[in-house]
Design a protein around this ligand. Structure first.
Ligand SMILES: Cc1cc2nc3c(=O)[nH]c(=O)nc-3n(C[C@H](O)[C@H](O)[C@H](O)COP(=O)(O)O)c2cc1C
Ligand code: SF4
Ligand code: SF4
Length: 446
């Protein structure tokens, strides 16, 4: 009933927006008011705080394109109408409501465009395509046949500073509450990750790195991930508030491997990019404490429980006409990352404790001549910089001036690599003694 009320409110919102675009001259203020209204409506319908952030994307794109002077107002406001309608229809879980999404959006565009000459330009075409993909994705999700409650769920967790592990824990506990047997797999040491994933369903958790999953996870999904054979999969990710089309990228990769993505959810966590952490540490400590939002964590747990009971759950896919994730693939991949990012340990501070070496997910670091040295590619996880107890490690070109992100959930950070991987020197006495916390990294409480 509640969902249907939101659908009615969303239709009224879309009608008002179409009328607004046609009748009154568009100004920045009016656009921002409509956008805020749409974001609030969508967030309330989905009971999801992150949607408030996601809904801001069309506003940014619109402002970048010239705002009120952009000639194709109806098309630039289509993403707002499409988002509100898609979220509300998704929440009803009704095939009919979902099936009506595309014709409804087309009618909205005709009504809002009025007598405008249909010459949308490249951005307009991109917007149309993105809105169509979003509505098609939601229609498909909503009309899917339910899957049987999975007995065993493989929970694959990629998490560098512990944020995603924290979010995955909430999801995992929801699944356990629903009676599923959850098998945890930490995706960290990328070259070694080779799990059979033979459970009945999959939950995949990762941090957003450059508007997409980390390249190590993309590479694993493309080449080494076991085939899904139609089994259901849930996409879970954390980021600092700007995921854009990450879920679309993960969705496509899962489809390519034969999985059946049945839901996605994301949460806002503190940013772990050192470069952006300029300014006083007290400010960052304060900002870090704001996230994750408790409400959001409870929603994540609930999503886990619904997923494990074979019920539709999560937030609908939102797709934007921003090609940021494509740029992410170009600037952050195995080949490119071999060159621009250079590790430097400040010799006067480094005591060769080896924490960075043990942590590095791609085995890029080794201790040589008493100091960590880098060879090969990097995943930009920032672990070596963030976890260095002496604030000695730098990732040149990125981290010279930033504050390190000291993990909010240190128990959930992977901390150990086998001692034999630590050094390429043969004399064991050259390797300083290392004492690190228990590496088992429990995510799910017993
Ligand atoms: C290299 C790098 C790129 C990132 N790119 C994004 C991004 O595009 N959008 C975003 O919102 N957050 C981005 N983040 C922030 C992380 O997604 C966020 O802090 C996440 O919660 C980290 O999770 P983890 O602790 O599980 O690794 C980036 C972080 C790193 C290190
Ligand atoms: S963690 Fe820091 S102090 Fe320890 S070896 Fe690495 S750079 Fe040196
Ligand atoms: S060198 Fe540092 S940032 Fe790069 S993958 Fe290794 S630990 Fe992560």
């Amino acid at each position: 009933m509640r969902a249907w009320l939101f659908l009615a409110a969303s239709c009224a919102y879309a009608a008002g927006l179409a009328l607004g675009v046609r009748v009154w001259p568009v100004s920045t203020a009016s656009f921002v008011v409509w956008a805020c209204g749409g974001m609030l409506l969508a967030a309330l319908a989905a009971r999801s705080a992150p949607i408030l952030f996601e809904g801001g994307v069309p506003v940014v794109a619109w402002l970048l394109l010239g705002g009120a002077s952009y000639p194709h107002q109806a098309i630039s406001e289509l993403p707002l109408a499409a988002m509100v309608l898609a979220v509300a229809a998704f929440e009803t879980r009704s095939r009919v409501a979902s099936a009506l999404l595309l014709p409804l959006a087309a009618a909205w565009l005709v009504a809002a465009s009025g007598a405008q000459v249909f010459d949308p330009g490249w951005y307009g075409w991109a917007t149309l395509a993105a809105a169509a993909v979003q509505l098609a994705l939601v229609s498909r999700d909503g009309s899917r046949a339910p899957w049987g409650p999975p007995k065993i769920v493989d929970l694959v967790v990629c998490s560098y500073s512990g944020n995603t592990a924290h979010c995955a824990r909430a999801f995992g506990e929801g699944m356990k509450r629903a009676g599923a047997d959850v098998r945890l797999h930490r995706f960290h040491y990328y070259p070694d990750f080779d799990e059979p994933l033979d459970g009945d369903a999959l939950a995949l958790a990762f941090p957003v790195v450059g508007w997409k999953p980390p390249w190590t996870m993309v590479a694993w999904m493309l080449w080494r991930m076991p085939r899904g054979r139609g089994r259901p999969a849930f996409i879970l990710y954390t980021c600092a508030g700007g995921p854009e089309n990450t879920s679309l990228a993960a969705w496509l990769l899962l489809i390519l491997r034969g999985w059946r993505p049945v839901g996605r959810a994301w949460s806002i966590y503190p940013i772990n990019v050192v470069t952006f952490r300029l300014g006083p540490r007290a400010l960052w400590r304060f900002l870090d404490r704001l996230f994750p939002i408790g409400y959001d964590l409870r929603a994540t747990e609930d999503f886990g429980s619904r997923f494990a009971r074979g019920l539709p759950s999560g937030q609908p896919h939102l797709v934007w006409a921003l090609p940021l994730f494509l740029i992410g693939f170009l600037v952050d991949n195995k080949l490119v990352n071999t060159y621009p990012y250079r590790n430097r340990a400040w010799r006067r501070r480094c005591d060769a404790c080896g924490i960075c070496v043990r942590y590095c997910p791609v085995g890029r670091l080794t201790i040589r001549d008493g100091f960590p040295r880098a060879k090969g590619t990097c995943t930009l996880c920032f672990g070596c910089v963030n976890l260095c107890p002496k604030r000695s490690m730098q990732l040149v070109a990125w981290t010279e001036y930033g504050n390190a992100y000291k993990p909010r959930f240190p128990d959930l950070v992977v901390k150990r690599r086998e001692r034999s991987d630590l050094s390429d020197r043969s004399d064991p006495s050259d390797v300083l003694p290392i004492s690190l916390p228990n590496p088992s990294c429990p995510i799910l409480r017993p």
